[in-house]
Design a protein around this ligand. Structure first.
Ligand SMILES: Nc1ncnc2c1ncn2[C@@H]1O[C@H](COP(=O)(O)OP(=O)(O)O)[C@@H](O)[C@H]1O
Ligand SMILES: [Mg+2]
Length: 282
């Protein structure tokens, strides 16, 4: 891995206007962020604030009305294999086995490899998420959590530099969610991909991230607060939840969600309150 040559992912003054029957809807306005190589960043905010809108633009699935996304010093023009996506619903091809779903991604990302090598690579990634014994099963035969493991294997099998996750565990029960959070942490610790994860789960954002970007409520949603998550790594449920910083950071996030986002959305440019400690008001 040549981490040294990587540059930050930059989101520059991103604005997204949706045409609606009642006129243009400015969902996101002047959203800016710089995500460092190897950083795990969560985008957190109330439902409907514009998180998926930002992520879809970073993924290249949707275009910005103004501003853009810069990867390796170049503005993106669409999706790219260096940016892998995981959505809330696993979106596996139902007629294909778990292995073939991963294999399809491998064959797209590594077309120069022979079929046997591609298959070995798909198996390796399925094994990495603990699913070797499910390789020949189809999505309908698998639980939601297991399907999401396949989707994670598929994303990692692209060997992307950026992992873009949109509420990846949002549809799972709390025990499965915690298992998959730990799996993701484990995989991320191994090669520290740059991650941008959308979530509205405060504890999930705290547990996984190096930094949380909090969005104001829409319309005209933008970055309201950035928090460095100083909890030591590697993290574990016991160790991190017991850490004294955990409750301080959690309180800061909740305070923002309770007060600031509404204040921003109603007043447009309401004043920022100066936060102490690790909080950076932007
Ligand atoms: N295709 C679209 N057309 C019109 N409005 C949209 C469209 N997609 C999203 N929106 C609106 O943009 C805002 C942000 O949506 P979204 O990014 O999905 O929020 P989040 O992911 O934070 O829940 C919402 O008000 C939503 O209704
Ligand atoms: Mg969303």
């Amino acid at each position: 891995m040549t981490m040294t040559t990587q540059r930050p992912l930059e989101i520059t003054s991103l604005t997204k206007v949706f045409p609606t029957p009642s006129g243009p809807h400015v969902a996101v306005k002047d959203f800016r962020a710089l995500i460092q190589p190897g950083e795990f960043v969560s985008l957190l905010g109330h439902s409907g604030c514009g998180k998926s809108t930002v992520l879809a633009i970073v993924a290249g699935l949707s275009s910005a009305s103004e501003g853009g996304v810069i990867v390796d010093g170049k503005e993106i023009e669409g999706p790219g294999l260096e940016r892998a996506l995981v959505f809330q619903t696993p979106s596996l091809l139902p007629w294909m086995t778990a292995l073939d779903n991963v294999l399809l991604a491998v064959s797209q990302a590594h077309p120069a490899l022979g079929h046997r090598e591609q298959k070995a690579m798909a198996s390796k990634y399925l094994d990495m998420v603990g699913l070797t014994e499910y390789a020949n099963q189809r999505p309908t035969e698998l639980s939601q959590g297991t399907q999401q493991r396949v989707a994670i294997a598929r994303a990692f099998s692209l060997e992307p530099r950026f992992l873009l996750l949109d509420e990846p565990f949002g549809a799972l029960d709390s025990i499965t969610r915690r298992e998959l959070q730990d799996l993701l942490l484990d995989l991320w610790e191994q090669d520290r991909k740059t991650v941008l994860m959308v979530t509205h789960d405060v504890d999930e954002a705290l547990y996984l991230s190096d930094r949380i970007i909090l969005m104001t409520d829409g319309p005209e949603s933008r970055v309201g607060l950035e928090l460095e998550i100083t909890l030591p790594r590697p993290r574990s449920a016991e160790g991190s939840l017991d850490h004294p910083d955990y409750f301080r950071l959690r309180r800061e996030v909740l305070q923002f969600l309770e007060h600031h986002s509404k204040q921003f959305s109603s007043g447009g440019h309401a004043g920022h309150s100066n936060k102490k400690s690790s909080a950076v008001v932007v």
